[in-house]
Ligand binder design. Structure first.
Ligand SMILES: C[C@@](O)(CCOP(=O)(O)OP(=O)(O)O)CC(=O)O
Ligand SMILES: [Mg+2]
Length: 346
């Protein structure tokens, strides 16, 4: 969260307004600067592409006959087998530039992203950004154009037999079909914000449960806020991935464990609201900030809970969202799971 610090009641309103504006931005998939590490640069080791982090992009592209674009691999270890156009990001690339480069190199096709479809991760050492994209030009790579990137590209009807490099692409294709039939979350593109680490900005919510009623306007909703003084305004907490295997849920659980002593709480990582990356300066902006929607639930079924669990220490506090429209939006995203899925492969 950015902006000046203000004092007094009127400025309290401006603080609340700025906070609500920032929450709305995150909900819309927009980005916010990550300023939390500005005051403690020594505590944070920037990540470096292809050394401490590896990002992969993959494209699910359909033609008018609902066939999916596939490329035949030229690599020795998977020679002649078929896969989605996919590959590792290179230095100074944005995520979208990597997507378009890989599809062009491997399939000969120009493409535009429709939306991020899925993020798969095993911690910073392996993060795969899967896109639903559409063909905008170029021409299918033929065997006469075979090179080290691929042997050729073809449209696959998804039924005829095809020797695959890996069956891991089948659920990715299914996700593309499902999204085209029923876009269950708003289209989402990465946004250009520099970040030196891999972290999650937690949109961590707690919803009061008053027994059995299910009308959203009867629920109260709180967000966990950080009292981090490096940022001029109340800000959402940032969970840092601290090693190569630190997946998003692990980093989230660790932060919650730090501040919520209550053991009857279940932490549900709902999914991703936004992806912030820049990548322009190797070793300085190779990080990604995932704006992540998390729900803290009381694990005792049916318990009537009217307020969030107490917090340990003063690093965090609960902020009740009293703006009814904003509250309803947040509750709707949670109930409908209307977020970019993140599959954390342990
Ligand atoms: C890494 C994959 O998702 C496939 C994409 O990477 P490539 O092996 O095709 O890399 P490039 O040579 O850059 O195209 C498979 C995996 O196991 O991670
Ligand atoms: Mg590849």
């Amino acid at each position: 969260m950015t902006g000046g610090v203000s004092q007094g009641s009127s400025s309290m309103d401006s603080t609340a307004e700025i906070l609500e504006d920032n929450l709305e931005k995150i909900l819309k998939g927009e980005g916010l600067e990550v300023r939390e590490f500005d005051s403690v640069p020594e505590q944070v080791k920037p990540v470096t592409l292809r050394k401490s982090v590896c990002y992969i992009v993959g494209a699910v592209i359909f033609n008018s006959k609902d066939e999916v674009l596939m490329v035949q691999e030229a690599k020795r270890e998977c020679y002649g087998r078929w896969y989605l156009p996919a590959g590792r990001m290179e230095e100074r690339e944005s995520i979208l530039e990597a997507l378009q480069r890989e599809v062009k190199e491997e399939a000969g096709i120009d493409c535009q992203p429709i939306t991020l479809l899925l993020v798969q991760e095993q911690g910073p050492k392996w993060v795969r950004f899967v896109f639903l994209a559409e063909e905008t030009g170029g021409s299918l790579k033929t065997t006469a154009e075979a090179d080290s990137e691929s042997l050729q590209a073809q449209w696959w009807d998804r039924e005829s037999p095809l020797p695959l490099r890996g069956r891991d692409i089948l659920p990715l294709i299914d996700a593309g079909i499902k999204y085209r039939r029923n876009p269950w979350f708003p289209m989402l593109q990465p946004v250009d914000f520099p970040c030196q680490v891999i972290c999650q900005r937690l949109f961590l919510t707690f919803i009061s449960s008053n027994g059995n009623t299910d009308t959203s306007d009867e629920h109260r909703l709180w967000l966990l806020m950080s009292s981090n003084y490096a940022t001029p305004h109340p800000s959402l907490p940032i969970a840092l991935s601290v090693n190569a295997f630190d997946t998003i849920p692990r980093a989230v659980h660790r932060l919650v464990k730090e501040c919520v002593p209550s053991s009857s709480m279940h932490v549900h990582t709902c999914g991703i609201l936004g992806v912030q990356h820049n990548g322009r300066i190797p070793g300085k902006t190779d990080g990604v900030c995932f704006n992540t929607l998390v729900l803290l639930e009381n694990s005792e079924d049916g318990a009537e809970i009217s307020s969030p669990p107490p917090l340990e220490g003063d690093a965090y506090r609960w902020h009740e969202v009293t703006n009814q429209s904003l509250r309803a939006k947040i509750i709707q995203r949670i109930k409908e799971e209307s977020v970019l899925p993140v599959h954390s492969l342990y």
